[in-house]
Design a protein around this ligand. Structure first.
Ligand code: ADP
Ligand code: MG
Length: 447
């Protein structure tokens, strides 16, 4: 039966190699793949032997994703490609694969996303600090801050920055060993090592790493033994001057279910948070993504999406992709009307947080006037300005129609709203202080 496992591995590997061969130049294929062997597939992890550390590192960095894709095309379901060197001749290992227990010293490499580079990361006020910290760690030869702890809400670029650091180091220091994995995978590997009574190999795996990145560490909270192991691994690496980079959805001190000593230890290095996006950053990101699409996307549509979709960048990207896909499939051009139609559900869920009531309340607070005055017909300048601003914000931040907006201000006509929007736009263009105030006000409503 064991022989048949080895046979099966050989067959899968032959198919996979044939696939990869088609993708690469003959010389690249010969250099990197001719001496690789698939040893085993365990759950979603493929284990592959390489003839030397040099080959192992290069293949891991350059081709882990290519291998994963090709294996999956051959019918596997691989999430993780582990490549490592064996002392013995590797072909021998394949034949005796049944003898291999849990292999030691495996670099566990989760496939990195090609798009998540520093070059593709748009920097703005909300993320400039985290970006600078990530860049600094990527450029430093010895640990700059240990650990670097990145935190922020979902979809704001934590994983992107971590992958960017990994890509950067891969390019500048291909000899360095970098491990990136999710906290879930970390726990999975740890629990597996316990089950196979092979805690040593778990420790070994991290012992020779130069840079260890663990994403979403909030998931480690509450799991006592994993926390304990994490703590030890962490201390050992820091003591040996290895760089550790962590991310979470909260700051170290706010992590639930995490032991106090671990929380405090996690905050020893540099803690950098990514703030919720602002309009400029969202627009910047969309403009950069839009350039990569073949179809033409008018800037006003990008402005519209940046104004309306405030939740996070993942959703913003998704929205753009949907609009582009729709335009391509149906063969229409992209306009604001078309986008709001295609994204009706998404716009509604983003709007949920910004109600007319909220806008009116915030505007009254800001201009220090009463709500009854805002909704009255009074034309005193201070009140009229606040009313114009509130109507403008209602138009920008909600999907309500002009007549609807008018009605919410004590039964005004839609032409009054049009007039208000025009007035505010003029003021933005001519009055710097007004524009700044409006920006502050918008932020206070959005966040
Ligand atoms: P997180 O890990 O914080 O949940 P991700 O790093 O997965 O978020 O980011 C979600 C998506 O948004 C990704 O596709 C990522 O490329 C994109 N993204 C996030 N921040 C930026 C940025 N500053 N510039 C360009 N794209 C970004
Ligand atoms: Mg993430």
């Amino acid at each position: 039966m064991l022989d048949s496992v080895a046979e099966k591995m050989k067959q899968i590997w032959a198919e996979t190699l044939a696939d990869i061969k088609r993708e690469l130049s003959a010389s690249d294929y010969e250099a990197w793949f001719s001496k690789l062997h698939l040893i085993e597939i365990n759950d979603d992890i493929a284990k592959i032997s390489a003839p030397s550390k040099y080959v192992k590192d290069n293949v891991t960095w350059r081709y882990a994703d290519v291998i994963a894709r090709a294996l999956n095309a051959s019918g596997c379901q691989i999430n993780c490609v582990n490549i490592d060197v064996y002392d013995n001749n590797s072909s021998e290992i394949t034949e005796k694969s049944e003898e291999i227990k849990t292999p030691t010293n495996f670099a566990s490499t989760t496939v990195l996303d090609k798009k998540f580079t520093f070059k593709n990361f748009i920097v703005g006020k909300p993320n400039e600090f985290a970006y600078a910290a990530a860049m600094r760690v990527a450029e430093s030869d010895s640990p700059a801050f240990n650990p670097l702890f990145l935190y922020g809400g979902v979809g704001l670029g934590k994983t992107h920055l971590m992958h960017a650091i990994a890509w950067y180091i891969k390019e500048t220091h291909p000899e360095k060993s970098v491990i990136y994995l999710s906290a879930e995978k970390f726990m999975y590997l740890f629990i597996k090592s316990l089950r196979y009574k092979d805690a040593m190999s778990f420790k070994e795996m991290f012992r020779n790493v130069d840079v260890l990145m663990i994403d979403d560490v909030q998931f480690i909270g509450g799991k006592d033994t994993t926390q304990e192991e994490f703590f030890h691994t962490f201390n050992e690496l820091v003591d040996n001057n290895r760089q550790i980079i962590l991310s979470a959805d909260k700051s170290p001190s706010d992590l639930d279910g995490m032991e106090d000593r671990l929380k405090s230890r996690l905050g020893w290095g540099l803690v950098a948070d990514i703030h919720p996006t602002n309009y400029e950053l969202r627009l910047g990101i969309l403009q950069s993504k839009a350039r990569r699409h073949k179809v033409k996307i008018p800037n006003e549509v990008l402005e519209f999406l940046s104004m309306k979709i405030t939740s996070n960048i993942r959703e913003l990207e998704g929205a753009l992709n949907r609009v582009v896909a729709h335009a391509t499939l149906v063969g229409t051009s992209i306009t604001i009307d078309m986008a709001s139609d295609v994204l009706r559900d998404l716009l509604r869920s983003n709007e949920k947080y910004i109600t007319m009531d909220l806008i009116q309340r915030k505007v009254c607070e800001f201009y220090n006037i009463k709500l009854t005055d805002l909704n009255s017909a009074k034309r005193i300048k201070a009140i009229a300005t606040a009313r114009h601003v509130a109507m403008y914000l209602a138009k920008q931040l909600t999907t309500k129609s002009l007549p609807d907006i008018g009605r919410s201000f004590g039964g005004k006509d839609h032409s009054t709203v049009i007039h208000a929007v025009k007035k505010v736009k003029e003021n933005i263009a001519n009055d710097r202080e007004f524009a700044t105030n409006l920006e502050i006000l918008t932020k206070s409503i959005e966040n």
